[in-house]
Ligand binder design. Structure first.
Ligand code: NI
Length: 182
């Protein structure tokens, strides 16, 4: 019964069904697969991801972080938090040679911030929530966010750019916090 299962899928992506995986959950290292078709299922996932992101006060969220391993990113780097951006099957088509250091954080590593150096400007090609292709040139926070979220789709976290010493310290801190919360 096709219809019935489609409805079930939509239900599965309701916001309260999605939880943000916490580092060092091994599922965060999963490599996401491309979205085959931007259909109602994908659109409901995108809507739920945006809700989760806004509720958590994040500027970006990758599907990987909610344990859905498809190439989908949602973002909003606007001051007013009213300009959602959806990137489906994103590809970086150009990166600047000039790099910049930013203090990054991540909803999967809450409360931890550290400096990461990345290209200052990127051009990304993706599909929007209607499945329409578009290209976007970004710099500043938006460029950082695009690269950070696209790393998630490859199973990579911002802490992977830090020294093993720092990363281990963060891992220990996170595991301790998770034990205390359990
Ligand atoms: Ni992140």
């Amino acid at each position: 019964m096709r219809q019935a299962s489609a409805i079930e899928n939509v239900y599965d992506y309701a916001m309260d069904k999605l939880t943000i995986l916490q580092y060092p959950d091994p599922r965060l290292a999963t490599v996401a697969v491309p979205v085959e078709r931007v259909d109602a299922r994908v659109q409901s996932l995108v809507a739920a991801m945006l809700e989760v992101m806004y509720a958590a006060n994040g500027v970006g969220l990758a599907a990987t972080q909610v344990d859905v391993h498809e190439r989908i990113v949602v973002m909003d780097t606007s001051e007013e938090r009213n300009r959602p951006l959806v990137l489906i099957n994103p590809e970086i088509v150009r990166s600047s040679e000039e790099c910049k250091e930013w203090e990054e954080g991540c909803l999967s590593v809450p409360g931890i911030y550290d400096k990461v150096t990345r290209p200052d400007q990127v051009t990304v090609r993706a599909l929007d929530a209607q499945g329409e292709p578009f290209e976007l040139e970004a710099d500043g926070l938006a460029a950082v966010c695009i690269q950070h979220e696209m790393d998630h789709l490859l199973g990579k976290m911002f802490v992977d750019y830090l020294s093993p010493l720092k990363r281990n310290r963060i891992k220990t801190k996170m595991l301790k916090r998770q034990r205390q919360a359990a």
